[in-house]
Design a protein around this ligand. Structure first.
Ligand SMILES: [Zn+2]
Length: 476
């Protein structure tokens, strides 16, 4: 909404609250292109796509337990198409119980949306983008948020000044990131020592390539204390691991969703948003079988989650790691293989990676977002943040994942790439984006559709994460 707060647009009309975004005036007759409904527990979206801008008004009517929204759209006529599209509404929609369309006046169509529970609507219009024409969007959130992560995010979004809180969260996250790095380093040293004592690894001598002094496992003793050499047999078989009891939270982000299909395969018209959701679901299920891991999805069905919110969800869940799952596409059908990206904030990226970043970041424009004050606050904070530690960690985790993926698929790029992807911009959470395979390559599109390949990719990503955090276990 261009600079005008919603409150200034609220009128009290006979006990009803009337929101009016555009004045109803004589408008050019509009053609309905499509009406899409994306139900999800997070929010249900109704998108009305049309060919020219349309003036509209909406009113929430609350009467006891009955809640409905009445929408008046000028310049639209009631057609069989509109009636049919409205009837596509699913009975299992968490919010909508039914929609009716009727001719309100000669030039105006009335939509009545009945709700199963009280909703907090966000209504906005979008200009044409990509293959979409004008869109009128109704995002219907629950009036009372039950999901703890969404409750936190929406509370922040409604705060007039959330900067202090976001900064505190980021500082906390950065602390967590450092602890994990220390633990993973500790573990790799521990594994080395365990290997030496079990005779699997021949210890290196000073002067050998890459030799490093082993850090002391004991607290430094006072120089006055008598030095007693510990008998060898009393040494623990495995090195005690610090922070071992802490559960690591992994936020798995299936790219795209809802209005944003992502890339579409040419051979079978496979949608990226669908295959990446399958892969992500397997990854989450497998990681959750490993003790000490808790994995979550940013979306668990086909609806759009704005890029910022994917990051917000990771932060609200106090995630230790964020992985966004995608399928690549390129104009040449021969392009193939997997690749991994970490964030690049240096601005010295290749032209191709710049193009990729623009393409990825367009997801919000295709998916359709209502830019909030909160989003602007976060964007401002990020400008001043250092990403050095996050990027360095992300590259390290990315390398582990790439090594695992190399076992199951051709690599498109043999090292972790960097690009300025909005979804990787959490200064406090190591974040990578995995391009699992090229959906634009007919052979890889075919593979991406199979459960077997989806499983292989998911397990490879999972194994890379386990190794990155220095945790044992193997997914297959
Ligand atoms: Zn993608």
């Amino acid at each position: 909404m261009s600079g005008i707060s919603r409150r200034t647009l609220v009128n009290e009309v006979g006990g009803l609250i009337l929101f009016s975004f555009l004045p109803i005036s004589s408008a050019k007759a509009a053609q309905l292109v499509d009406l899409r409904i994306w139900p999800s527990p997070e929010y249900t979206r109704i998108t009305l796509e049309h060919d020219v801008p349309i003036p509209f008004k909406y009113t929430m009517v609350r009467n006891g337990s009955s809640v409905k929204m009445v929408v008046l759209i000028e310049g639209l006529t009631l057609t069989t198409k509109l009636k049919n599209l409205v009837s596509k509404q699913q009975p299992n929609d968490p919010y909508i119980s039914g929609i009716t369309a009727s001719q309100y006046s000669s030039k105006t169509v009335q939509l009545v949306i009945n709700f199963k529970q009280d909703v907090d609507p966000q209504v906005f219009s979008l200009k044409p983008f990509g293959e979409y024409k004008y869109r009128l969007v109704f995002d219907l959130y629950p009036a009372v948020e039950k999901d703890p992560i969404m409750a936190l995010i929406r509370k922040e979004e409604s705060e007039p000044d959330a900067i202090g809180r976001i900064l505190a969260q980021v500082a906390e996250g950065q602390q967590r990131m450092e602890e994990n790095r220390a633990e993973a380093e500790q573990d790799s040293i521990g594994d080395l020592i365990a290997g030496i004592t079990s005779g699997n690894i021949v210890p290196m001598k000073p002067g050998d390539l890459g030799y490093m002094e082993q850090p002391s496992k004991e607290k430094p003793k006072s120089s006055k204390a008598p030095v007693t050499k510990q008998p060898k047999k009393e040494q623990p078989k495995t090195t005690p691991r610090r922070g071992r009891e802490r559960v690591l939270v992994v936020m798995v982000d299936p790219g795209h969703g809802g209005e944003d299909p992502g890339a579409v395969g040419k051979r079978y018209r496979t949608k990226e948003k669908e295959v990446v959701l399958s892969i992500s679901r397997i990854l989450v299920a497998e990681l959750n079988k490993v003790q000490g891991f808790k994995a979550m999805l940013t979306r668990d069905r086909d609806y759009f989650v704005p890029l910022n919110r994917r990051v917000q969800k990771a932060r609200a869940a106090k995630a230790d790691f964020f992985v966004s799952v995608h399928a690549d596409a390129w104009v040449k059908p021969t392009a193939r293989g997997s690749s991994i990206f970490a964030l690049d904030t240096r601005g010295r990226v290749s032209t191709q990676n710049k193009w990729l970043a623009r393409n990825q970041n367009n997801a919000d424009l295709i998916g359709g977002v209502n830019v909030t004050r909160h989003d602007k606050q976060i964007a401002k904070i990020l400008l001043d943040m250092s990403f050095t530690a996050q990027v360095s960690d992300s590259l390290a985790y990315g390398k582990k994942i790439l090594t695992e993926i190399a076992k199951i698929n051709t690599l498109h790029k043999s090292r972790v790439e960097q690009a300025n992807f909005a979804v990787l911009k959490a200064p406090d959470i190591p974040s990578v984006l995995v391009e699992t395979a090229f959906i634009s390559n007919p052979q890889e599109e075919q593979k991406l559709r199979t459960r077997a390949f989806q499983r292989k990719v998911a397990c490879a990503i999972g194994n890379g994460i386990l190794k990155g955090f220095g945790r044992s276990g193997s997914l297959s």
